[in-house]
Design a protein around this ligand. Structure first.
Ligand SMILES: Nc1ncnc2c1ncn2[C@@H]1O[C@H](COP(=O)(O)OP(=O)(O)OP(=O)(O)O)[C@@H](O)[C@H]1O
Ligand SMILES: [Mg+2]
Length: 276
């Protein structure tokens, strides 16, 4: 029997500064190295740190395209034969950066002035359509919670929540879980990644943290230690993809990706079985 590989949409959320962009980049690194999955990486944070950590150049964002469309609509320049959807779809495809091993899309600022709900609605439909062309779509989200209600795409299969060693990050994880349910994001799994924990602390706190998260219905998939090599690479403004295989953060994220069922020839069927 041939089992079709499912498409998977992962979204990386969490409190500000906990390491969402770093973890997203390290997940991309692992997937590039250990799988043949086709990858779409979406920077859904208007601050756009991901191009730097991935080492890609962005000429145009999806937000730029949406802003132009809003202006054209106001000027009465869109109509007739070409639908708004077609115009925007063309622009979004133009914004797609094609790298050797992944495609990249920067959302930029998608909120214009006034209510252009239909532009945003078309946008999320277009993104859903584009995402279907890839085995895995990974979205690096902004720190605020508003993005969850203004969904970038309609469906998220796996919600990854990153926490750091702080009770604020833990509380934010609970709020993100609640809000995601409230706005009915159709996720199948939520995983928590504990990032930037001092290596000497991990063993001591791991059991307690896992239990407290589990009491909230959240599954801890692993720890990523504070990594000096990552700090140095960041300080020098180099892409995190350049980290060596021996880097502790790289190794930790590899183990986490394996535990989540993302590596090898996975069909993602286990992952997509709803548990919520
Ligand atoms: N495991 C780690 N070891 C050392 N430094 C780390 C680690 N993870 C993240 N950092 C550093 O912490 C800072 C914040 O990381 P990052 O930008 O990935 O967080 P973020 O959650 O995406 O932030 P924002 O909310 O601003 O988008 C960066 O300077 C990054 O280099
Ligand atoms: Mg970030």
């Amino acid at each position: 029997m041939i089992v079709m590989r499912q498409k998977l949409v992962l979204s990386v959320s969490g409190k500000g500064g906990v390491g969402k962009t770093s973890i997203t980049t390290l997940l991309v690194r692992t997937l590039m190295k250990h799988t043949n999955h086709s990858l779409l990486i979406v920077d859904a944070d208007p601050v756009m740190n991901l191009p730097k950590t991935l080492g890609v150049k962005v000429e145009q964002t999806v937000g730029d395209a949406a802003t132009q469309l809003r202006k054209d609509i106001d000027a009465g320049a869109v109509g007739g034969q070409v639908s708004k959807q077609d115009v925007l779809e063309g622009e979004v495809f133009d914004a797609l950066v094609e790298d050797d091993r992944f495609d990249f899309l920067a959302m930029g600022r998608t909120e214009g002035e006034g209510c252009y709900c239909y532009v945003n609605r078309i946008l999320s439909q277009i993104l859903d359509t584009i995402a279907r062309n890839y085995d895995i779509t990974i979205m690096d989200m902004s720190a605020g919670l508003e993005h969850l209600s203004r969904r970038t795409t309609r469906d998220v299969d796996v919600l990854i929540i990153v926490i750091d060693p702080s009770s604020m990050a833990f509380d934010a994880a609970i709020r993100i879980r609640d809000l995601a349910k409230e706005v009915q994001i159709d996720f199948k799994q939520i995983f928590v990644i504990a990032n930037r924990f001092p290596p000497s602390l991990i063993e001591e706190v791991s059991e307690d943290l896992e239990r407290r998260l589990s009491e909230e219905g959240l599954k801890l998939v692993g720890f990523v230690p504070t990594d000096d090599e990552l700090t140095v690479i960041n300080l020098r403004g180099k892409p995190l993809l350049d980290l060596p295989d021996s880097s502790p953060a790289v190794k930790a994220v590899e183990a986490i990706a394996k535990k989540m069922g993302l590596l090898g020839d996975s069909t993602f069927l286990e992952l997509l079985r709803p548990t919520t």
